[in-house]
Design a protein around this ligand. Structure first.
Ligand SMILES: [Fe+2]
Length: 569
């Protein structure tokens, strides 16, 4: 008699042997739950696809507040009619995990589309679609890349647009999936007018586990976000606003001592994140480690990094280097601190993991999915205190680039005295960035870095300290958070003015090839064996319920593999 057949295996799997339920507490049937009225108000989601596993997610909303536990059935099928069930099983969720359900479906086939749904009592959830990662020789991978979705700031048209496209393999989310601010706080000024005010029971700044959970619940009522989760698996990491603005490992800009213990707040925030986002924990009950790798056959190795929480030292602050009386900057001390080998962004463990993973990767492209800009964003120091000198500085730079002999020493100094404008980004952790650049250079990798955080689109050539071309950076605009245009007073400016300012940045910042200063959207990043291409998709507005794509403002840049080609084109 033959050994265990594939058919037997599928049948066994269908009885739940092929799934691991992630920390849901007690398993089994809860007879008390059978008559509970429930709904699926927050949709379904999938995430962390591997060649043989995908996490599926939903949340149960019991009608009565005194319900503590409920049993949920799940089904996975190769067809949308659920006629051919590959897996099914039951799990229990409870008030202890905010009634979220997260099941790691296992023993799946690579590069395969599956349908999934949940059933609780007489209610059936919307059905979701997910796809496993491919193995072997791969022609193309296409990712939709997002960051910075701010509910009160605007509509999530970027999510809707991506959900409407049929050729995307995976959604990569680089963080700021939600914001911790209260009504009246950052980017909430239009919320009332556009019908996206924070609800009364969750309109203060988030501190407690209950606060964070309610904010996730609000965001997950957004129909565009629901649609995207339903149609694509997510590969997500957090940035700072899942906890508090400018988070680092032991604190945050938006956390003061009067607001309680930061670690307690951080752990509450991360617990809610793991409950609500389909991310696979590094190990059971580990809700602090999120860096991990995804391999798309022989084409892409994607490393999702945590540059925010696990290993980040406190950012430097220019205010600490300025003489309070003369205003003079202690440049020597600043540079010494910037180059301090003991200050880390990723931390030693994560860096070692990245090095070891990259060293054994055989993929055509090595891709970092991470939060903050890695390209050098140095601007003339004079602009940091007085941006109105932009035009003056630009005109000198253009003359210098043209080797104009009339440029005075004083003018030249104005342009060449440059400092990083954002110390919260890799620019503030220059030593560790150089370690990463040299590591990639030594391993001879085709490096593409995907970044978020800034609310603006950017593209940069990455070089190491010796000037070697190491790779490129594609940085996404926000889904709805306001960008540089608000800080620079350019809201409502005409296209010509905006283009001129964008060109100014590209002229002034060495390495920068492209920026979009004012528009919201996402990136479509495609990898083939011959090319990596980024297309920046932008919408005309996030303040109205409908949108159109602004085709005139959409740009596409690419890079070819090979050491001689590591530049944007
Ligand atoms: Fe953001």
């Amino acid at each position: 008699m033959s050994s265990f057949s594939r058919r037997d295996f599928l049948r066994l799997s269908a009885y739940g042997f092929g799934a691991a339920v992630i920390s849901t507490g007690l398993m089994g049937c809860n007879s008390d739950s059978n008559n509970i009225a429930v709904s699926f108000a927050h949709g379904v989601a999938s995430g962390d696809p591997l060649a043989d596993k995908v996490i599926i997610w939903t949340r149960i909303t019991p009608r009565d507040a005194d319900v503590e536990r409920v049993t949920v059935h799940w089904e996975v099928s190769t067809d949308s009619d659920f006629a051919d069930l590959i897996h099914q099983g039951s799990t229990t969720t409870s008030i202890d995990r905010d009634f979220t359900v997260k099941v790691d479906i296992q023993n799946l086939s690579p590069d395969t589309r599956y349908y999934y749904r949940f059933i609780c009592n007489d209610k059936i959830s919307p059905e979701g679609v997910m796809k496993t990662l491919p193995v072997g020789s791969i022609d193309r991978v296409k990712m939709a890349v997002f960051s910075c979705a701010n509910y009160p700031a605007g509509f999530f048209h970027a999510y809707a647009e991506a959900a409407s496209r049929k050729d995307i393999d995976v959604a990569v989310h680089l963080g700021d999936y939600l914001y911790e601010y209260p009504m009246g706080g950052y980017a909430t000024e239009d919320a009332q007018a556009i019908g996206r005010a924070l609800p009364d029971d969750n309109n203060t700044e988030l501190f407690s586990l209950a606060d964070y959970r309610k904010r996730y619940a609000l965001y997950r009522t957004d129909s565009d976000l629901q649609k995207l989760h339903q149609s694509l698996p997510f590969i997500a990491v957090w940035d700072d606003h899942e906890i508090a603005n400018d988070t680092w490992k032991n604190g945050a800009e938006n956390h003061s001592e009067t607001e309680g213990d930061f670690t307690e707040r951080k752990l509450a925030a991360l617990q809610a994140y793991f409950e609500w986002i389909p991310v696979r924990p590094a190990s059971e009950d580990d809700e602090e480690t999120i860096y991990r790798q995804f391999v798309f056959g022989d084409l892409v190795s994607l490393y999702m990094l945590d540059t925010r929480v696990i290993g980040r030292d406190e950012p430097l602050d220019y205010a600490n280097y300025l003489d309070p009386i003369t205003g003079a900057m202690n440049t020597a001390q600043f540079i010494a601190d910037l180059s301090d080998p003991n200050r880390t962004l990723m931390g030693a463990d994560q860096l070692l993991w990245l090095q070891q993973s990259m060293a054994t990767s055989t993929a055509r492209w090595d891709v970092l999915g991470q939060q903050v800009l890695i390209g050098r964003m140095n601007i003339p120091a004079a602009l940091l205190s007085d941006f109105t000198r932009l035009e003056e500085v630009i005109s000198i730079k253009i003359r210098m680039d043209a080797s104009d002999p009339t440029v005075t020493d004083e003018e030249a100094l104005l342009v060449t005295t440059i400092i990083p404008y954002n110390l919260d980004a890799w620019d503030g952790y220059a030593y560790e960035r150089e370690l990463v650049m040299q590591m990639v250079q030594a391993l001879d990798k085709n490096l593409v870095v995907l970044s978020g955080d800034t609310h603006n689109a950017w593209a940069s050539n990455l070089i190491d300290a010796s000037g070697n071309a190491v790779g490129v950076e594609f940085a996404t605009s926000s889904v709805s958070s306001p960008g540089l245009e608000t800080y620079l007073g350019l809201e409502g400016a005409d296209d010509a003015t905006l283009k001129q300012v964008e060109q100014s940045f590209v002229t002034l910042i060495n390495g920068l090839s492209y920026m979009n200063i004012s528009q919201r959207g996402f990136m479509l990043v495609s990898f083939t064996q011959d090319e990596a291409t980024c297309e920046w998709i932008v919408v005309d507005s996030v303040k109205s319920t409908t949108y159109t794509l602004d085709a005139n403002s959409m740009t596409s840049l690419s890079v070819l593999p090979g050491p001689e080609n590591r530049r944007l084109r």
